[in-house]
Design a protein around this ligand. Structure first.
Ligand SMILES: [Zn+2]
Length: 193
């Protein structure tokens, strides 16, 4: 199973904050990791601005002096947002491509970045030359080339597609997943399995 489903309080997006899962117009989440969610305040605003359809509701309602609204737990955008094909080259996305694990020893502790070809050897800070490494491995490799250090990454660094990152993101579900979200989160992962 991918996810621990909790209806109790937990870290991250707690049920007390009544977040809504935000789906694209094709009913896939806008993003998997971090999962696309909005606060209930933003969600209500978007409903009133007619930018989203309400797909599912919480039991929880909020009241104004004149009306009562049940809070949406899932909304879908009325206008399809085309996902960008090339994800931004950010620290977060490099970690996500490498599944938050050191590419030399596999640990998930004290993660940092290593230039496969060191900068002192002309290595660039690009998707193709930066890998996730723990500080111990980083120190051990130092300014050496992979062959000199006898250290090769599990996976050679590459420019990932948005799809690559989504695929990895599904391996790291958030702490809180409302029951009504599940239909929209893992169905395509199931088909791939
Ligand atoms: Zn390591």
């Amino acid at each position: 199973m991918h996810a621990t489903v909790s209806s109790g309080a937990s870290a991250g997006a707690s049920p007390g904050s009544w977040p809504a899962l935000v789906l694209n117009a094709d009913f896939r989440p806008l993003s998997y990791y971090p999962l696309s969610i909005w606060s209930w305040q933003d969600t209500i605003k978007a409903v009133f601005l007619d930018r989203v359809n309400t797909v599912a509701l919480y039991d929880k309602a909020v009241r104004s002096p004149t009306a009562e609204f049940r809070l949406p737990s899932v909304v879908s955008l009325k206008t399809f947002v085309r996902p960008s094909r090339h994800p931004a080259f950010t620290r977060f996305n490099v970690f996500l491509r490498d599944r938050f694990s050191c590419q030399y020893c596999g640990t998930r502790e004290e993660l940092t970045f290593d230039h496969l070809i060191p900068r002192s050897h002309g290595g660039q800070t690009t998707w193709e030359n930066v890998v996730t490494a723990c500080s111990t491995c980083n120190l051990q490799k130092g300014g050496q080339l992979p062959a000199q250090a006898h250290m090769w990454p599990y996976q050679m660094p590459f420019q990932p597609s948005v799809n690559d990152l989504h695929k990895n993101g599904r391996l790291f579900p958030p702490n809180y997943l409302h029951q009504s979200w599940l239909d929209y989160l893992y169905w395509d992962a199931e088909l791939e399995a």
